[in-house]
Design a protein around this ligand. Structure first.
Ligand SMILES: Nc1ncnc2c1ncn2[C@@H]1O[C@H](COP(=O)(O)OP(=O)(O)OP(=O)(O)O)[C@@H](O)[C@H]1O
Ligand SMILES: NC(=O)CC[C@H](N)C(=O)O
Length: 616
């Protein structure tokens, strides 16, 4: 019967395609017919018809474009950066401040820094830029390091700017000896005036402390270190070129300060009262750690001059800083601190479930230049969807099940059906037994039939994926108070035409799971611009929990064979429950939640099967 299963009455699952407008699985011919009909209708209705690209329909089998994850290092900006300073010992660093959770922008920075080193046979350091005890916390170290490893990169070393605090202090004294730094006691207002006022409209002038002799500066700097100055009363400034340079980064920047709050540093505790600034510490840490290419975003272009100035002034090893364009994704949050707030307020429950390989391909797809990349979150989702489409197996999962009793199932009861895991036969298959009671999704049944509804309703029939005959609804039972359908009875349609549409189903005895389906977290494309801040823009319906969802027994096979996707570039990635990923046909892509237990499997949706058409 296994072969006979695919008789004339139904189409094999592998041949069916998703109609994105109705969510039904239909034959290729049927889909074509529907699309032509819709195109005609649209052409008629449209005053200004915008032609759609003919292949726009998602759900069409798409070949996974094998993205060359090294493409961004082979040509363009990053290749130019290497050629400007070719090296057989490339050393880069990814230098996050440990003040929140990483986002897609950091994923780009990680891919660039770690990828650049890997591509050139070099190494990359993960450096926690922990020079501001007021803003930083130890809890983020692990979260940040995990993300780097999850993306498949191994830091050659994990360092902390604070490891170098003594070295940096000594270099500051050295700078004073070289008469290139002075201790200044001016107020912020005064310093601003020296720099030409609020808008730089006034003539700039030198600070009165700039001419202090080295001994005085040294004594004062040591007094700063020893706590003899109150916060805000003394700052070590670099003696750059406040009069001659047009670059504000050269206007005698601060090198060391006495922070207002005496927050103990989480690593050096109360050892230091003074802390180095970014402008002082970053380039020196790069130099101390023998970084060859210091890659950062374009906001730091003007800082390149002060970076080089300080290295030169101290006559130490000089790394090369170059700047690439930031990635901004609209419709999401791109700030570590804001993500921290979201997690604290309990709004952000699930970590991103997208596979790391999809993120790497996405960064590569966008490419790296010096220009800002501004995209919509939907573009990222599309990229993830494309990646998952051909790389994870397919199963049948019913979110909101209603039982359907097939009255005349007869000898088909207990029939073993072969369910392919993928369109690609090489991926394999699993078996399920057809039962007299099966479950379909509530949304696939209507109490009244309608000419545009091709799923189940009294008197009309529908195909069940991979079942030899369609079923026709005979009657249904509803709850008297709620009107909700509680059971449907149906019969097999053993003669007659192939059904117009196919729906998913699961047999009796399927695994009960909790499925969490996510929609966009924010209502607007720019949550930060909303009155009241991004927290006011949260979509209250962004999570729907189906606690009685049913998934068929193929899930066990998918779990056994995890990780999905199986990809080369993810070889270094540790595997966990979230590597159990699959496409629930007609529903969504899912990954298993790490909090799942044997008694309570939790599934989180990764991305919908298609873009939300209503959003356009
Ligand atoms: N949106 C982005 N696109 C590309 N690179 C980014 C982006 N955001 C941060 N980076 C880079 O990641 C590295 C570490 O970032 P750092 O922790 O200092 O981030 P940040 O700019 O303070 O981020 P946030 O504002 O989210 O806290 C830096 O080199 C930074 O340039
Ligand atoms: N040069 C850089 O990459 C900057 C990193 C640094 N942590 C920052 O504050 O943004």
């Amino acid at each position: 019967m296994e072969k006979a299963t695919m008789d004339n009455a139904t189409e094999g699952l592998a041949k069916l395609q998703l109609d994105v407008e109705t969510g039904e699985m239909v034959s290729k011919n049927e889909l074509k017919k529907r699309q032509q009909k819709r195109a005609k209708k649209a052409a008629k209705a449209a005053v200004d018809p915008t032609p759609k690209p003919p292949k726009a329909a998602a759900g069409q089998p798409q070949q996974l474009q094998q993205v060359d994850v090294d493409a961004m290092f082979k040509r363009g900006f990053l290749s130019d950066v290497f050629n400007e300073r070719p090296s057989s010992t490339v050393r880069t660093r990814f230098p996050p401040e440990p003040n929140g959770f990483l986002h897609l922008g950091h994923a780009k920075a990680i891919c660039i820094n770690f990828g650049f080193a890997r591509f050139h046979g070099g190494e990359c350091i993960l450096r926690f830029d922990d020079t501001n005890p007021d803003a930083e916390e130890a809890e983020f170290f692990h979260a940040i390091e995990d993300i780097v490893r999850w993306l498949g990169f191994k830091p050659v070393q994990v360092t902390y700017s604070s490891d170098n605090f003594q070295r940096l202090y000594d270099l500051a004294e050295d700078l004073i000896h070289r008469r290139k730094a002075y201790v200044c006691h001016c107020s912020d207002v005064e310093i601003k005036k020296q720099r030409g006022g609020e808008n730089g409209e006034l003539p700039r002038y030198s600070c009165s402390h700039a001419d202090q002799d080295a001994e005085t500066n040294l004594q004062k700097f040591r007094d700063m270190r020893d706590g003899k100055y109150e916060p805000g009363t003394a700052v070590l400034r670099m003696k750059q070129d406040i009069l001659g340079s047009g670059n504000p980064q050269m206007w005698d920047l601060a090198a060391y300060r006495v922070p207002k709050n005496r927050t103990p540093h989480f690593r050096t505790h109360d050892k230091w009262i003074i802390y180095p600034t970014y402008d002082f510490a970053h380039c020196l840490c790069d130099s101390i750690e023998n970084v060859t290419h210091s890659l950062c975003t374009t906001e730091f272009i003007t800082a390149r001059e002060s970076y080089d100035w300080l290295i030169n002034a101290l006559e130490i090893y000089a790394p090369m800083q170059r700047e690439y364009g930031r990635l901004n994704v609209e419709g999401t949050i791109m700030s570590k601190r804001a993500l921290k707030k979201l997690v604290e307020s309990g709004v952000l429950f699930a970590a991103a479930e997208s596979p790391p390989g999809a993120i790497l391909s996405f960064v590569n797809e966008l490419g790296v230049t010096t220009a800002l990349t501004l995209i919509q979150i939907t573009r990222f989702e599309q990229s993830v969807r494309r990646y998952l489409e051909t790389s994870v197996p397919r199963l049948l999962l019913v979110l909101d099940p209603i039982p359907v009793v097939i009255l005349d199932i007869g000898s088909l009861e207990g029939e073993e059906l072969v369910m392919p895991l993928s369109k690609d036969p090489a991926v394999g298959s699993y078996k399920v037994k057809l039962t007299r009671t099966i479950y379909i999704d509530r949304s696939d049944f209507r109490k009244e039939s309608h000419e545009d509804f091709f799923r189940l309703s009294p008197g009309s029939s529908v195909g069940l994926l991979q079942v030899p005959h369609p079923i026709k609804a005979i009657s249904y039972v509803e709850d008297e108070t709620t009107g909700q359908v509680t059971e449907i009875t149906a019969s097999l349609e053993t003669t007659g035409q192939k059904p117009k549409a196919y729906i998913h189903w699961v047999p009796e005895g399927s695994l009960s799971v909790t499925a969490r389906v996510y929609k966009p977290l924010f209502k607007s494309p720019n949550p930060n611009a909303v009155e009241g801040g991004f927290l006011a823009d949260i979509n209250p319906d962004s999570e729907t929990i189906y606690s009685n969802a049913l998934v068929n027994s193929g899930f066990n096979e998918v779990r056994r064979q995890a990780p999905w996707p199986k990809r080369k570039e993810e070889e270094n990635v540790p595997t966990g429950p979230e590597d159990v990923r699959f496409q629930a046909m007609r529903v969504s892509y899912f990954a298993m939640d790490k909090d799942s237990t044997e008694d309570n499997i939790i599934l989180n949706s990764i991305v919908a099967l298609k873009e939300d058409v209503k959003k356009q």
